[in-house]
Design a protein around this ligand. Sequence first.
Ligand code: AMP
Length: 174
Amino acid sequence: MSFNDLGLSAELLRAVSDQGYSNPTPIQAKAIPPLLEGSDVLGCAQTGTGKTAAFVLPILERIDLDSSITQAIILAPTRELARQLYGEVKKFAKPFNLRVASVSGGLSKYEQTKRLQQGCEIIVATPGRLLDHLRKQRINLHLCRYLALDEGDRLLDMGFDEDVHGIVSFFKKQ
Ligand code: AMP
């Protein structure tokens, strides 16, 4: 299978080839088409198998480039993972001039708040810090249609289920 068969736009195909990827990995081939159709997907693949691009590419494909409001939230269980994810997402988002914010513990709340006030289409976050900003109304989810839980099993193992439900309830409310 080639990336051309997955339903990605020419711009994203260019971004993919700029990364040096020639063919989709199995998780990408399986997850990208249903995500582009708007389905929820529960994907399972080991680290290093391209699972990040499997959910980031469809998010980029479906984001409204004319709206500068937050449209996607990507959650990671640890600060380290959030930091790596932020780097990956920024790499793909760059050709589209999309703004990505990192919202995780251990980083200055003041700097994050300033960054959020400037506006961003995509937020990469750890659950506790995201909830903190949501409760203080520093993030508005009313146009946010995509929620990705990276390493969802670890999010639950590490006891973040209540925080994740709290975040989902903000999506529902807004
Ligand atoms: P993951 O941690 O599962 O997201 O895997 C990330 C690694 O896989 C990174 O080194 C990516 O550059 C690489 N990768 C992702 N998609 C592809 C692809 N289609 N072809 C080759 N390498 C890829």
